[in-house]
Design a protein around this ligand. Structure first.
Ligand code: ADP
Ligand code: MG
Length: 730
C-alpha cells in the first residue's frame, strides 16, 4: 500500500458538539472589539471628545487622555481574560505581524501588577531589523516604530489557552518612512477625502465634511483535508500544487457553483462566521464557487481601512478554523492547475459623511450630473493609470491568473453595461438620443436620466466593472492584502477628480454650469474610450483589439511592477503624499525580490519532489514492469508460454515509455537546478525576466512528464495525494 492509500483511510470529518440553539448574532457581534461605543462607556466625556476630534479632525490628543484610553482598554481586555497585548501591523511582505508583550510590570519588590500606558498604546518599538525595508533602513539602524491607528478598533484574538489584545498600528522607520501597507492606505484615504470634497462643492454639495472610499472584498478560497496537505511538500511550502494530473471530473459539469454545501464545509463556515462576528467582521454571504472544493465569503462593505483590517483578520481566521476541522484553507491564487483559481473581487466606491454613495446614480437630475461626473472621473483615472492598477496586483501567485488562460486578463479595461454606455454615448455626441423614455436626456437643461439602479453587470470577465453603484476590481489575488490595490485606486481617482474639477472650473466661466460640465464630460468620454470594453475579456480577439488600442498587457510580474517607478507615477504618488520616492522605490525592490524568492522556492520544492517521490515511485513501477517482462520472457523460453508478438511488444513499449518519462523528468529537473545556479549572480530585473521566460517553462515541462507518469504508475506505487482525492473527498 502506498503512503497515500494509508492516508486515505484516515480521512473523516471531525465530530462537533451539536449546538441546539445558536446564539443570536446581534447579541455578540463585535464583543471582542474595543469599539467606539465601548470606549465611550469606559472613559470620561472629555477624553472621548478629544478622541473624536483626533479621529475627525486630526487634533492630537494629550498624553493624559491617551493614558486614560490605554487604561480603559487594558481593564476591558483584562476583564475578558487577556494577558498579552500586541501592536498588530501589516509588513510589506506577508499578511500581518505581531510581537507580543505582557501587561505585567513590577510595582515594588517582587510585586507584579498589570499596567499599560498611553505612550505604550500610541507607540511601540519592535526590533524590526528582520522586516524587509527595501533599502530604506539598514540593519544597524534597526529601529522602527509602530504607531496606533485609532480609526480601526483594537480587538481580542482568542486561542485555546489564552487571549491577546491586538492594537492595529502603522509601522514606520526612524525617519518616518512607511515600512508597512497601512500607512500608505491611510494617506490615500486622506488624499481622496481632500480631492473629493473640493470636487463636490460646485455640484451644490457644500456641506460635505468627509468623503471616504468603501470596500467589500469577496474572498475566494479552497479547502482540503489536512492529511493530504501534510503529504504534499508543494502545498506545504508554496501553497500550490506544482505537479498533479487533472482529475477526469473537475468543474466541467458546473455542479458545484452555488450547490448545496457539504456538512463538513458548512460546519467550518459556521465557525468562521461566529469568530468573525465576535470581531465585528460583517461576513454576509457564503457559497460554493465554480471549482470543486472552492468557496467564497463576502462581507458587507465598510470604510476601506476597516475593510482591509477585517479582510486580513478574516483570512487568518479561515486558516485557523480550518485546522480545527482537520482541513487546510488554501488562499493561493492557483492551488490546482486546470481548474479555476481564486481571486478577491474588490468592490470599491466612495461615500460622504452622510452615507451617500457617490457612485449611486440617484433619482434627481442634479445628483445624476454629479454621479456622471464622478463616474467619468473614474474612467479617466483607469485610462490614465491602468499600468498602476496592474502593478498593484502583481506578484507570483497572481501571475497564474492574470494573462494565463484565466479571467480576468492582465489587460485592464472598464465595463459599464448597456444603459450607461448609451448615456455616455449621448453625452459624447452632445445631442438627444433615441433611447427609451426614462433614458431621455435633454442636454443643456438640467434634465438628465434617472439611471436605473438595477443595471447590474453580468459580464464576469471584465477587470474593472461598474456593478450598479460601485466598481468591482476583479484582478486582485485571493491571498493578497487589499491595502495596496485600494491605495492605488484612491490615489488615481483623487488625481482624476482634481483634473476634472480643473477642467470644469475653466469651462464654467460665464456659462451655465450643467452645459459646461456636460461639455467637459463629453471630451473625457471621447478621450477615454479605449479603456472601455463590453465584450468577453477572456477571448483572443480582445487581446488583439487591446493591442491595437495600445492598452498595456503585462502577464509578467516583473514587467508589471515597473509601472511603480515610472517618473510620472512617482510624481503622482508624491503629489498626493501617498508614497515618497524612496518609499515607492523600496516597495518595488521588495516586491521584485519577493517574486524571485517565491519562484526559487517553488523550483527547489519541485526538484525535491521529483527526487524524493515522483522518480522513486516511478522506479518501483518500472521495476515491476521489468520483472514482469523478464518473467514472461523466461516462461516463453523455458516453459513454451505462447505469447502474441504484439502483446509482448506492447509491454515492452510501455516499459520504454515509462523509462522515457522518468528520463525527461530527471533531465529537466537537472537543467532547472543548473539554470538556478547560472542566474544566481544576475541582477534582479534580469533574473526576474529569465525566471518568467525560462524557469517557468522548465517547470511546466517537468510537470507535464510527471503528470503523465502519475497517469500510468499504479495506484499502490504513487505516494502524492491526487487531484481527484484532494478535490472530491470531502
Ligand atoms: P457579486 O458576487 O454579484 O459580485 P456579491 O453580493 O457577492 O456580488 O458581492 C458584492 C460585494 O460588494 C459585497 O461584499 C458588498 O458588500 C460590496 N458592496 C456593495 N455596495 C458597496 C459599496 N457601495 N462600496 C463597496 N462595496 C460594496
Ligand atoms: Mg463579484
Amino acid at each position: 500500500m502506498s503512503i497515500r492509500q494509508k492516508i486515505l483511510k484516515n480521512i473523516e470529518s471531525k465530530e462537533f458538539a451539536i449546538v441546539k440553539h445558536p446564539k443570536k448574532v446581534s447579541s455578540y457581534f463585535g464583543e471582542n472589539t474595543f469599539s467606539i461605543p465601548t470606549m465611550k462607556k469606559l472613559i470620561s466625556k472629555k477624553a472621548f471628545e478629544a478622541f473624536e476630534a483626533w479621529l475627525e479632525e486630526g487634533k492630537q490628543i494629550s498624553l493624559a487622555q491617551a493614558n486614560e484610553i490605554a487604561d480603559a482598554m487594558k481593564d476591558w481586555a483584562i476583564s475578558r481574560g487577556v494577558t498579552y497585548y500586541t501592536h498588530w501591523f501589516q509588513p510589506m511582505t506577508g499578511l500581518t505581524a505581531e510581537k507580543h508583550d505582557s501587561f505585567i510590570s513590577f510595582s515594588g519588590l517582587g510585586k507584579v501588577m498589570e499596567k499599560f500606558s498611553g505612550s505604550k498604546l500610541i507607540k511601540g518599538e519592535p526590533d524590526a531589523s528582520s522586516f524587509p525595508s527595501g533599502g530604506i533602513r539598514t540593519t544597524f539602524e534597526a529601529r522602527g516604530y509602530t504607531a496606533w491607528d485609532p480609526s480601526s478598533p483594537a480587538f481580542i484574538i482568542e486561542s485555546q489557552l489564552g487571549k491577546t489584545l491586538c492594537i492595529p498600528t502603522i509601522f514606520v522607520s526612524y525617519h518616518g518612512h512607511a515600512l508597512d501597507k497601512k500607512l500608505p492606505l491611510l494617506r490615500s484615504i486622506e488624499a481622496l477625502n481632500q480631492s473629493a470634497i473640493k470636487f463636490l462643492k460646485p455640484f451644490g454639495n457644500k456641506n460635505v465634511k468627509k468623503v471616504f472610499s468603501t470596500c467589500g472584498p469577496e474572498q475566494e478560497y479552497f479547502l482540503i483535508d489536512k492529511n493530504f496537505y501534510k503529504m504534499r511538500q508543494d502545498l506545504l511550502l508554496t501553497g500550490r500544487t506544482l505537479v498533479g494530473a487533472s482529475s477526469p471530473k473537475d468543474q466541467q459539469l458546473e455542479d458545484q457553483y452555488f450547490g448545496s454545501i457539504k456538512e463538513r464545509v458548512v460546519n467550518f463556515m459556521y465557525e468562521v462566521g461566529e469568530e468573525a462576528y465576535k470581531l465585528g467582521i460583517p461576513v454576509m454571504t457564503r457559497h460554493n464557487e465554480v471549482a470543486p472544493h472552492q468557496y467564497e465569503f463576502a462581507p458587507i462593505f465598510e470604510e476601506s481601512n476597516i475593510a482591509t483590517d477585517h479582510n486580513n483578520l478574516l483570512m487568518e481566521l479561515m486558516k485557523k478554523v480550518a485546522l480545527r476541522h482537520n482541513m487546510v484553507c488554501l488562499l493561493h491564487e492557483k492551488p490546482f492547475a486546470g481548474i479555476n483559481g481564486s481571486g478577491k473581487h474588490l468592490n470599491w466606491s466612495m461615500a460622504d459623511d452622510k452615507g451617500n454613495n457617490l457612485l449611486n446614480p440617484g433619482s434627481t437630475p442634479e445628483s445624476n450630473l454629479q454621479f456622471l461626473a464622478v463616474l467619468v472621473s473614474v474612467l479617466h483615472a483607469v485610462d490614465k493609470h491602468a499600468d498602476l492598477l496592474r502593478a498593484s496586483v502583481a506578484f507570483a501567485g497572481n501571475e497564474h491568473r492574470l494573462g494565463a488562460n484565466e479571467a480576468p486578463p492582465a489587460i485592464v479595461s472598464v465595463f459599464l453595461g448597456d444603459q450607461l454606455t448609451q448615456i455616455l454615448d449621448t453625452i459624447e455626441k452632445g445631442k438627444k438620443s433615441e433611447v427609451s423614455r426614462e433614458d431621455i436626456m435633454d442636454l443643456g437643461v438640467s434634465r438628465l436620466p434617472a439611471v436605473n439602479k438595477d443595471m447590474t453587470d453580468r459580464n464576469r470577465t471584465s477587470t474593472f466593472a461598474f456593478t450598479g453603484n460601485k466598481f468591482e476590481f476583479r484582478a486582485v489575488g485571493s491571498s493578497q492584502n487589499i491595502s495596496t490595490p485600494i491605495a492605488v485606486i484612491n490615489t488615481i481617482v483623487a488625481d482624476s477628480l482634481d483634473y476634472v474639477r480643473g477642467k470644469i472650473d475653466q469651462a464654467v466661466k460665464g456659462k451655465d454650469f450643467n452645459t459646461a460640465v456636460l461639455s467637459i464630460l463629453a471630451d473625457i468620454i471621447r478621450d477615454t474610450k479605449k479603456i472601455r470594453f463590453e465584450g468577453n475579456n477572456y477571448s483572443e480577439d480582445w487581446k488583439k483589439e487591446a493591442a491595437k488600442r495600445g492598452l498595456p498587457n503585462e502577464p509578467s510580474t516583473a514587467a508589471a511592477l515597473k509601472a511603480l517607478v515610472k517618473e510620472e507615477n512617482i510624481a503622482l504618488f508624491e503629489r498626493h503624499k501617498v508614497f515618497s520616492k524612496e518609499e515607492i522605490r523600496s516597495r518595488h525592490k521588495i516586491w521584485l525580490e519577493g517574486y524571485l524568492k517565491v519562484l526559487e522556492i517553488e523550483a527547489k520544492t519541485l526538484n525535491e519532489m521529483v527526487n524524493s517521490s515522483i522518480v522513486p515511485n516511478a522506479f518501483d513501477y518500472q521495476g515491476l514492469l521489468t520483472n514482469n517482462l523478464k518473467g514472461l520472457a523466461s516462461l516463453k523460453d523455458k516453459a513454451g508460454l505462447i505469447l502474441q508478438d504484439a502483446a509482448f511488444d506492447d509491454l515492452k513499449t510501455h516499459l520504454s515509455e515509462v523509462t522515457d518519462m522518468i528520463y525527461y523528468v530527471r533531465k529537466n529537473a537537472q537543467a532547472m537546478i543548473k539554470f538556478l545556479d547560472e542566474v544566481h549572480h544576475e541582477e534582479e530585473e534580469e533574473k526576474a525576466h529569465r525566471f518568467f521566460a525560462e524557469l517557468k517553462p522548465l517547470m511546466d515541462h517537468i510537470r507535464r512528464h510527471a503528470d503523465a507518469l502519475e497517469g500510468v504508475v499504479s495506484d499502490e506505487h504513487w505516494d502524492l495525494p491526487k487531484y481527484r482525492e484532494m478535490l472530491f473527498v470531502k
